[in-house]
Design a protein. Structure first.
Length: 319
């Protein structure tokens, strides 16, 4: 992979390291030549190289956010695990935090730096999923995520049209939104908000908006029943419940083809844009070539989910 040349300048293998080891951003990668994505032949070192190449873009989306992680210790094709409470060893740059849950405290990992991203690679993490809040203000979300999960037989164009409809409905309410691929057939419409409303308020609002969209357009469904989702787009508002996560922008996925969840511009979203074009081999180069960051305004947008908006959307209902 082209990214490997970059890592060679960044990684400084310790003299005592075995031939299959490297030190990257101060983190020792053991079995650095282990193949994580057999189809691409992409190794742990290649994944570390990707994160270094993309660090300036992914870090703003993961810094301070509790994570749920997909761990594939032996690479794709071998057993992989979703892990929320992480009790095993991790390199020092990967921060641990404890968050109070309903019946106990849970321990979560957070990646705040380039070294922490490499640390996740060391422990076999292929996907990074993040909360809608940061740990410093954990009870007040600072974004909403509307997850469009289409039936596998639904044409891509239907998902694109669906995302635009969600965008337009949010714009009617007064929100600017951003879109990204998920590394699969779906799309995420993301709304940055000022911290303020509670988890329950954010969930109630996103549920009401989603149900209103589904009532307006029969292509959508808001129930999780697989039997009812044939030919439909599941508009998943549950990404906004406390403790729920969504795959981070720029995170790879533990799927064949090594796809990446990629932010795109609304005017770039169309029939010719194929999610599979964004993958571990291409994503960093695509980001370097683009003239404008499609999410450049994301961190600059100042918009609030007000009590009035919540009341109007929900009609006073609670989830």
């Amino acid at each position: 992979m082209a990214a490997r040349a970059k890592i060679a300048r960044t990684a400084e293998p310790a003299r005592s390291a075995a031939p299959s080891e490297a030190v990257v951003e101060g983190v020792r990668l053991t079995h650095a030549d282990r193949v994580l994505y057999p189809e691409q032949g992409a190794t742990k070192l290649d994944l570390a190289a990707y994160y270094l190449a993309i660090a300036d873009f992914i870090l703003p989306h993961v810094e301070g956010r509790p994570t749920t992680l997909v761990r594939c210790p032996a690479g794709l094709g071998e057993p992989c695990f979703y892990q929320k409470h992480v009790k095993y060893w991790a390199p020092a740059p990967v921060r641990r935090v404890r968050i109070q849950e309903k019946h106990k405290e849970g321990e979560y990992l957070i990646a705040d730096s380039r070294a922490a991203l490499v640390g996740l690679v060391q422990i076999g993490i292929l996907e990074i999923h993040t909360w809608n809040s940061v740990v410093a203000d954990v009870e007040r979300p600072n974004r909403l995520v509307f997850d469009l999960d289409p039936d596998t037989e639904l044409p891509w164009e239907e998902t694109v049209d669906g995302a635009r409809l969600v965008r337009d409905r949010l714009a009617e309410i007064g929100f600017e939104s951003f879109v990204k691929t998920t590394g699969g057939k779906g799309l995420h419409v993301v709304v940055p908000i000022e911290p303020g409303p509670s988890w329950d308020e954010c969930a109630a609002f996103s549920r009401a908006v989603s149900e209103a969209i589904a009532a307006r357009d029969r292509r959508f469904i808001t129930t999780m029943s697989k039997a009812k989702r044939h030919g439909k787009i599941f508009l998943d508002w549950l990404r906004n419940v406390r403790g729920a996560t969504s795959v981070s922008a720029y995170s790879p996925r533990a799927k064949p083809g090594a796809p990446v969840s990629m932010p795109v511009a609304w005017d770039q979203l169309g029939p010719d844009l194929k999610p599979a074009q964004f993958n571990l081999s291409t994503a960093a180069a695509i980001v370097r070539r683009r003239k404008v960051d499609p999410w450049k305004r994301y961190a600059k947008v100042r918009q609030a989910l007000t009590p009035e908006m919540i009341a109007i959307a929900t009609g006073g209902k609670k989830i």
